[in-house]
Design a protein around this ligand. Sequence first.
Ligand code: GRF
Length: 190
Amino acid sequence: MQRRIAIFASGEGSNFEAIVRACQQGRIDAECVLLVCDKPGAKVVERAERLGVESFVFSARDFESKAAYEAEIVRRLDEAQVELVCLAGYMRIVGEVLLGSYEGRIINIHPSLLPSFRGARALEQAFEAGVKVFGVTIHYVDSSLDGGAIIDQRAFHSEGESIERVEERIHEIEHLLYPEVVGKLLNCKQ
Ligand code: GRF
């Protein structure tokens, strides 16, 4: 059976698109069967429509608790027989219900060289600290904040560039690295 992945995103969705295209072009031997998005109206939802990926878009406030919306997400992941969940700019902390069912099968991409600069605004934090080596990390998701086991990283040197340019370079790396790591992980699990 074709391997099945899901991607969770809250915003722009450029990483979502990079992974979906890699699947559609056969660079990853899998199908992205579901987008989970917690922001109705986010650009990523349009991308999913354009790329023919089914989406589950929800507002947390329509559910009585985090456990309740995560239970619905788990139901949909189970139904779609998803074996790997890729967080790509999903701006919510993964809670007990989702981890209870999928821990070890959820990965995230983070725009810093972890363990430096965890949490939101990672690039801004790195910039403010004056670092000269920036990078991207892909890691497993656990109950800590960006603290799960590191799967892969890429670094680059930058001095005197604007934060916008550094962000562009981070995205260029992410769009290559994330599909590559997803492909490798699925191969290992075969
Ligand atoms: C990426 O930089 C990723 O590292 C971070 O959120 C950003 C998402 O960008 N977690 P996009 O929505 O995929 O364009």
